[in-house]
Design a protein around this ligand. Structure first.
Ligand code: GLU
Length: 391
């Protein structure tokens, strides 16, 4: 089964183990519900979160709405195209957004805590660990962490770009058992590729594949929203391949959280992948670390890495690209230049270029000294991972 139209016990199986949840709220759910102001919407949401917390579940919120709140405060009709103006609106709106969350939280006897992140905070190993330890400490204090991207200080190249992906990153960081993306649609729907017509809701997705991705649509062009189904599936890919579950559901009525935790068949549930499970270092490699170069490997080495759980030896490397140092992340490409994995490399590019294709016994002679390691990438520092999102 790749997906099914109804739940066959999968929800109760997943829910049984859920202790920690990352909950993402899209802007439209807060700012664009006719007749209900954002203040009221946040109050409704925090009310449901308080219930969840009282049942013993850790909740971390990833909220959109900074730019939207800024637009509302200044009476801006359309999302501006100017980057500087978007940054400014986010700066104005983020204050308002947090005021709403804090006002609602204190009604339930806890405080909320703001974390504004950029991609750079998560890609650097040291900073990554600091964010993680801060979140753990925050949960320990009983505060409600409320995260958004730091839109005011980041532009394209250091931006995560959308909060679906940010939620998946946060989940990976805190090892949330379940990520819930609340949005304006009731889940993923089958889509006829020719007519574009939407069909039945997919209740349970067992394994993401290219065909499912093809069904996903891009941003819907609403004046507030950023992501679309594609960013949600990217999030689902990250979360499920890390070994956890993700659910996309309609958050028009925040009471949907009660239904979700009652095990009702709402939304689309993406099950943890059965093919890939990643431990912390592998998650960092696959989803956060920025590769500094590529190692192109021969067929034998590709097979050893992919199928036999082996390390990558210099002998299997045909060539390399990029400037990297020992300990940097690199991509591992097969002869067709398709990525088959990533790893932390044991040699800088200069040294490695001297020993590409060489037998282990010849390394010392070629390098002029005995190497600390004989593997180019040790198995423990390697993740076999081919993203479905690669073009
Ligand atoms: N960070 C953006 C905001 O708060 C939203 C990004 C998103 O919705 O994906 O306005």
């Amino acid at each position: 089964m790749r997906y099914s139209y109804e739940d066959n016990g999968e929800r109760s199986l997943i829910l049984r183990g859920v202790k920690r949840v990352v909950l993402k709220i899209g802007t439209r759910l807060l700012m664009d519900v006719p007749g209900i102001c954002a203040r009221e919407r946040v109050a409704q949401l925090v009310n449901e979160i308080a219930l969840l917390r009282s049942s013993g579940i850790d909740v971390i919120v990833v909220t959109s709405g900074a730019v939207g709140a800024g637009m509302q405060l200044l009476g801006t009709k359309r999302r501006p195209s100017s980057v500087a103006l978007k940054q400014a609106l986010a700066a104005i709106g983020q204050c308002e957004l947090m005021t709403l969350y804090e006002t609602a939280s204190v009604q339930h006897g806890f405080h909320c805590a703001q974390l504004l992140l950029t991609a750079a905070d998560l890609q650097d190993h040291g900073r990554h660990s600091f964010v993680s330890q801060c979140l753990t400490a925050l949960l320990g204090t009983g505060a409600l962490p409320v995260i958004n991207e730091n839109d005011s200080v980041c532009v394209d190249e250091i931006k995560v770009g959308d909060n679906d992906t940010l939620s998946a990153m946060v989940s990976s960081l805190v090892r949330a058992d379940l990520t819930i993306l609340l949005t304006t649609i009731d889940g993923m729907r089958e889509r006829d590729e020719e007519t574009g017509e939407l069909g039945a809701r997919l209740s349970v997705v067992d394994e993401l594949d290219p065909e499912l991705l093809a069904m996903a649509q891009g941003t819907d062009g609403n004046r507030f929203s950023v992501g679309g189904m594609i960013t949600k599936l990217r999030a689902a890919e990250m979360v499920t391949r890390s070994g956890e579950a993700l659910l996309i559901a309609d958050g028009y009525d925040f009471k949907v959280l009660r239904s979700i935790f009652a095990g009702d068949d709402v939304g689309s549930l993406f099950l943890p992948s059965r093919k890939v499970r990643m431990h912390a270092r592998q998650r960092f490699l696959a989803f956060f670390a920025q590769p500094r170069g590529d190692l192109i490997v021969d067929k034998g080495a590709a097979k050893a890495v992919l199928n036999s759980g082996k390390s990558l030896l210099p002998g299997g490397i045909l060539g390399l690209r990029g400037v990297f140092e020992r300990g940097d992340a690199v991509r591992i490409l097969d002869v067709e230049r398709e990525e088959i994995g990533r790893g932390f490399v044991n040699f800088g590019n200069m040294e490695l270029s001297l020993i590409c294709g060489a037998q282990t016994g010849d390394l010392a002679k070629l390098l002029g000294h005995a190497p600390d390691a004989v593997e180019a990438v040790h198995r423990d520092n390697l993740v076999v991972f081919k993203s479905l999102m690669q073009k």
